[in-house]
Write a protein that binds this ligand. Structure first.
Ligand code: SF4
Length: 105
């Protein structure tokens, strides 16, 4: 198992331990989302680190395109921020906008 997989599994363990907070987060955004979105948003929240949840919710309710890009990139790299900086997929349409690349040439 590589380092990235271990970090991802650790994130899932943390998320399962705080299932109650997923309910609280869903309650906070319920008025901004369609009923058909709730189950998939709940599933997504359950597998992401707590530190990524607020940004994801800001994105999912349409408040911030920047948050949406960040949330998408984090999901793409299994929530390992350093992997975004190291992203080599220059063909991805989000590549020029990806977060966490400060200091990179
Ligand atoms: S820019 Fe890189 S990390 Fe972000 S979505 Fe595209 S491939 Fe994934």
């Amino acid at each position: 198992m590589n380092k990235r997989s271990k970090q991802h599994l650790a994130a899932i363990r943390i998320s399962k331990a705080s299932a109650k907070s997923v309910d609280e987060l869903i309650a906070r955004v319920r008025s901004h989302i369609k009923p058909t979105q709730e189950a998939s948003i709940r599933e997504r929240l359950a597998v992401m680190p707590e530190t990524c949840r607020n940004g994801y919710l800001r994105a999912i309710i349409g408040r911030s395109p920047t948050a949406a890009i960040k949330a998408h990139c984090l999901q793409c790299v299994s929530y390992v921020r350093a992997e975004i900086r190291e992203c080599a997929d220059g063909a991805c349409s989000l590549y020029p906008y990806r977060p966490f690349k400060r200091g990179q040439k």
